[in-house]
Design a protein around this ligand. Sequence first.
Ligand code: GSH
Length: 218
Amino acid sequence: MSISFYYAPMSTSSITEAVLAELSVDYQGVELDIDAGDTRTEAFLKLNPNGRVPVIVHEGVIIWESVAITLYLGETFGTEKALFPESGPSRGEAMKWVVWSNINLADAAGKLAAELPPDAPGAVQQGSQDFVEIEQRRPQALLKARQTLHHCFEILNGALADRHFLLNDYSLVDTHVFVLVAWALSMELELSAFPNIDAWFARCAQRPVLAAMMSDGQ
Ligand SMILES: N[C@@H](CCC(=O)N[C@@H](CS)C(=O)NCC(=O)O)C(=O)O
């Protein structure tokens, strides 16, 4: 049975879109407009009570959370395509980076996006449930998010010192982390202090799927 994929442009669901494209897996896409409230309709909340994309439905089973989706698609379709490790220590390493990137890097990037002035590049807009009212914003929260993101980049830069990709060869782990790093960079962060990430980012951007995503501005 084919996969249904609920997504919104320029959102966390870009990770899943890139993973599906790398795997060449067929799916039926359902586009939602976050600003128009499509993620908070009764029908969508039945699929994901968190009111968030991405969501996939595979063989009648609903899966949300981008980490769960990447790991599920990786183990289901990725091993035979050499894009995800077989069960074993390498699989553990894959899980480490995918989970870390959401819990640490994406969390910090999300906090930064919510604290930036609404007209700044990458800032959360009023239609999103992550929008923070202007009067509730605190300069310390903005600073803390920037510091945490910087620390995440230090960790990633260190990990890439002796390898071209996170698991040595290109894998869905790079796809997942790349989309999150691209999101962070859309907030006018730059990589001059992180040469290993910079070089890895350029290598990943040569993948046709990621090159297309970058040129579409997703
Ligand atoms: N932890 C979730 C986060 C997903 C998420 O935050 N999605 C946002 C778009 S980037 C969303 O759907 N927001 C809907 C809304 O604000 O109503 C994941 O990784 O899947």
